[in-house]
Design a binder for this molecule. Structure first.
Ligand SMILES: [Zn+2]
Length: 279
């Protein structure tokens, strides 16, 4: 749910850097022989991603990627020559470092620890080492998402390099009068967004199980607030003012963070500010 500038790495250069690390000359030549194909595929990826049409790219059903290169070869290329090899690892690390402050762009809460293939390498082997398809991610987002890829435009999750839905607020929260107090997160898109965009935001929210994950973050923050308000014997007005200040400052940084939605909901909730916080 965060935007990252598209990596300034040429796809073909990255591909060459990866296969050049093979000691076996025959292997190197095999990869080299499909370089044009990989380049054409990369151009197609970029063009489709720019207009939210990655779902149109067909998943591969064959063992062969192109020429003599098999799916397993591309997997080896990634795992041995990009993740482990020195030259490829430099590119891997550069892609990891693109996530601002080391936070996962898909959820905004987890720590970046891996690269996620936006289009999975098992079904889209031509994009296995394509920088535009490799996005810094936390472990939960990388392994816990519900669908591995979308087959309709509306089901596509947000792509941090290509999608920017940060200018309007669509993540909101409501306060539940439970003991302890809990927060429920939900999506409510403004009319300015198209129905495809709205569905994509919903898909992203559901795929990465963000309602549950955000509510856990919120539960911890609320426990801290409870201690603070009790310790300082805060009045209703002081509580409202503090929560509103937090809402405004979080919103100025990121309109759709769980903190923005939570502080907004808390500051506007009379029951909570009036003593509900002590539940
Ligand atoms: Zn994440």
């Amino acid at each position: 749910m965060k935007v990252i500038p598209k990596p300034n790495l040429l796809p073909i250069k990255t591909y060459v850097a990866c296969y050049s690390s093979f000691n076996d000359r025959v292997k190197r030549n095999n990869f080299k022989s499909i370089a044009n194909f990989i380049n054409t595929q990369s151009v197609g990826y970029d063009a489709n991603a720019n207009i939210a049409n990655l779902y149109l790219l067909p998943a591969s059903t064959h063992m062969t990627v192109y020429g003599s290169i098999l799916k397993g070869d591309m997997k080896t290329l990634y795992e041995n020559n990009m993740v482990k090899n020195k030259r490829g690892r430099k590119i891997y690390n550069k892609l990891l470092s693109l996530a601002p402050l080391g936070r996962c762009p898909f959820c905004g809460i987890g720590q970046v620890s891996t690269l996620d293939h936006y289009l999975p390498k098992a079904e889209f082997p031509a994009f296995t080492v394509l920088p535009y398809n490799l996005v810094a991610s936390c472990k939960d987002c990388n392994t816990g998402k519900l669908a591995s890829y979308a087959t309709t435009q509306n089901a596509q999750t947000l792509h941090p390099y290509y999608d920017n839905f940060t200018t309007v607020q669509w993540l909101f929260a409501r306060v539940l009068q439970t003991s302890p107090v809990s927060i429920e997160f939900y999506i409510n898109c403004p009319v300015s967004l198209s129905s495809v965009d709205k569905d994509r935001i919903e898909s992203h929210f559901n795929n990465y199980k963000l309602a549950r994950r955000f509510s856990i973050e919120a539960a911890n923050a609320i426990a801290d607030l409870r201690e603070e308000f009790i310790l300082f014997n805060s009045t209703t007005v002081q509580i409202q003012q503090e929560l509103h200040k937090k809402f405004v400052s979080f919103a100025s940084r990121h309109k759709n963070s769980w903190e923005t939605a939570m502080y907004q909901a808390l500051s506007q909730n009379q029951w909570y500010c009036n003593g509900g916080y002590s539940q």
